[in-house]
Design a protein around this ligand. Sequence first.
Ligand code: C6P
Length: 441
Amino acid sequence: MTATMSGIREATDPSCTPTVTATATAAIAHDSAIDWRAVKADFPIFDHEVGGKPLTYLDSTATSQKPRVVIDTLHEFYSHHNANIHRGLYALSEAATAMYEQARAKVARFIHARSSREVIFTRNATEAINLVAYSWGRANIGPGDTILITEMEHHADIVPWQILAQEKGATLAYIPLDPATGTLQMDKLDDLLTDKVKLVGVVHVSNALGTINPVEEIIRRAHEVGAVVLLDGAQSVPHMPVDVQALGCDFLVFSGHKMCAPTGSGVLWGRRELLNAMPPFLGGGDMIRRVTMQSSTYAEPPARFEAGTPAIAEAIGLGAACDYLSAIGMANVRAHEVAISQYALERFAEVPGLHIFGPLDVRQRGATFSFALADVPPHDMASILDSEGIAIRAGHHCCHPTMFALDVAGTSRASFYIYNLNEDVDRLVAGLHKAAQIFGV
Ligand code: C6P
C-alpha cells in the first residue's frame, strides 16, 4: 500500500491562494506548489452537506478529518492482511507485523528520531503522558522534587503529574501565563528553574490559545539544571515540522487522530537511554522476555511499553497519515496555516466586539483561534454557527488553569487545517455577524 496525495500540483484556483502580508511571505515560500482545493478533495467527509449546508469544519484541534488514503488503508488492512502481530508463525501474521513495524519507521522518520526503537505506539497523547508519569515518574521523582509545567497545559499534561506529585510528596509548580499576551511569563523561569526541578512538561502549541511556546529555550534551560523535558506535541506535530533531535527534548507525545490518522493511534517518543532505563507501565503479553511463577524479565523498548495486542490497523493508518502529510510537506502545511491565519486575523478585525485570545502575530501562533464576541456565551455561539454548517468547539478546551489565568469560564474556538480555505474564514465571519445580530452586539 502506498499513500497517494492528489493535492500536489500547480495551484490553478486563485480563490484558494491565500492573502499574504510581508510577515508571512517568507514562511509561505513553498505554498504555491500545492493546490489546497485538491487537498480538500482528498477528504470524503466534505463530499456531503451537513443539515443542507456545506460543512465548514473548524475543529481540527479536537480531531482532524481523515483523507481517503487513510480510510482505504484501514479497509485494505482488514480486508487482506488482518492478523495479530509478533506472534503468528504464518504468512498473514508476518505480513501484518511487517506493516506495523513499517508504520513505526514512518513515524520515526516523520519526527526525525534516531531510531524507530524510540517510537512507542499508544492510544493517544494522554496515554503517552501517563506512561511517562507512571514509568519514568515513579522511578525518578521523590519527596521534595519539583515537577514544573505551565498554566497553558492541557489536562492531559496536568493530572498525571498531580497524581504523581501527591503520591511521591513532590511539588507541582507552574510557569505562569500572561493573560494580556497569551504567552508564558518567561522572566519567571529564573526563579522557577531550580535544581529541585526533575521534569519540565510543556505544551509546544497551545490548544486553547494557539500560542507557539519558546520550547527551544525552555529545553535548553531545563537541561542546565539537569531536568528532563516532556514536550506535548499534540498541536505541533500535525501542523509544522517537528524534529526531536534538533529540539533536544527528552520525550515527545502526540495523537495520531489530530494528524489525519485513525482514533486510537498515538505516540510516545523517548530518548533511547531514558526508555532503556524505564520500568514497564502495563504488564502482559508481548512486553516480556521470560515469565516465571513469581517474576518476569522484560523486553527491550519499544515492546516493553506495548503490552497486549496493540491497535494494529490504527498504527498502520498512522503510518499512511505520515506518508500523506510528508507528501504535502510539513513546511507547506505550516505555510498554509500561516497564510490562512493571516487572512483570518484581517477578516476578524472587521467584526465589532470580537476579541481574539493569544498572540496576534502569525509567527507566534498556530491556526487555532479562541475568541469572545462581546458577551455571547460560547455555547450559544457554537449553536448559531452549527446552524450555518460551521463546526467549532466551545468551553474550557480541557484547560481549566488557562481559563483561570484568562479569567473566563470558556471561549469559542475555531481551528484551521490543511483542508480549510479562505472561504471557510469568510463563512465563519458571516456566522459571527449573524451571532452579533441575534445578540444585539
Ligand atoms: N485536545 C482539544 O479539543 P488526546 O485526547 O489524548 O488525543 O489528546 C490530549 C491532548 C493533549 N495535549 C494537547 C495540547 C491537546 O490539545 C490534547 C487534545 C483536544 O483541544 C481534545 S480535549
